[in-house]
Design a protein around this ligand. Structure first.
Ligand SMILES: N[C@@H](CCC(=O)N[C@@H](CS)C(=O)NCC(=O)O)C(=O)O
Length: 235
């Protein structure tokens, strides 16, 4: 009997959920996104951490993007997202952690939450993708900015880091077709591509900062045919 599609609990513009969607698309695994209400989170009431992404693979629940990536690699090894060689594997996993812990913080967070037009689109995505009461529809866009004001202020302050984050990525890409000097795309490429492609393919403000960098575009064109475009979760 064939397996049902994987359920991917997500926010449309969570970089971690985008990474998992890009991995699923890379591996050709069918999935359906389940968009989670940003405050009630009833869809993931079963979770203690209540963070997205979470996958439900025929009753097997896995939380957090790196754990999901490792689960997918073990359960659906073909095509691989990790090299066989131990040292190369460790390097690729180190770069994936860098994408999560550094790159997303210096690129995604300032760009989405520090730029007003992008922030509005990100907020609106919750109205478009989840069932909201009329009360929530009215108030969430108005109070969201107040609830998140510290985070938004930090994101605005961090916008100056964005060129350095892209410089850093370009340096890491300088010596190989893929990250970590790998001959094949890996989980690290997919983690970074997932975030950059949303910005370029959905024309978020700041997309030109990526597009003006030839080396980044060339690398993106190498990864793009292997997975989905940046509209993957939110067409
Ligand atoms: N390390 C986790 C991070 C997950 C995470 O922080 N998710 C955010 C969305 S980008 C979330 O669910 N936030 C909800 C909240 O903080 O209430 C992963 O890799 O999946």
């Amino acid at each position: 009997m064939s397996r049902p599609p994987i359920r991917l609990y997500a926010f449309a513009f969570s970089p971690y959920a985008q990474k998992v969607a890009a991995l699923l698309d890379f591996k050709g695994i069918a999935y359906e996104p389940v968009f989670v209400h940003p405050t009630r989170k009833t869809e993931i009431a079963f979770s203690r951490r209540k963070l997205v992404p979470i996958i439900d693979d025929a009753g097997e629940f896995v939380e957090a993007s790196t754990e999901i990536a490792l689960y997918l690699e073990a359960s659906y090894p073909d095509p691989p997202t990790l090299p066989d060689d131990r040292a190369a594997r460790a390097e690729v996993l180190r770069l994936e952690r860098w994408a999560d812990a550094v790159f997303y913080g210096r690129f995604w967070v300032p760009l989405f939450w520090g730029v007003p037009a992008n922030r509005e689109r990100a907020m609106k995505s919750f109205l478009d993708t989840t069932a909201m009461t009329p009360f929530e529809r009215f108030f969430l866009p108005r109070v969201g900015g107040i609830i998140m004001r510290d985070m938004i202020a930090q994101a605005q302050a961090d916008l100056f880091r964005l060129p350095a984050a892209l410089d850093d990525l370009e340096t890491r890409l300088a010596s190989g077709p893929f990250l970590g000097e790998q001959a094949q795309a890996s989980i690290a490429d997919l983690a970074v591509f997932a975030a950059l492609s949303v910005v370029t393919d959905m024309n978020f403000e700041g997309a030109e900062r990526v597009r003006e960098r030839r080396a980044l575009l060339d690398w993106m064109e190498r990864v793009r045919p292997l997975t989905s475009s940046g509209t993957r979760l939110y067409g």
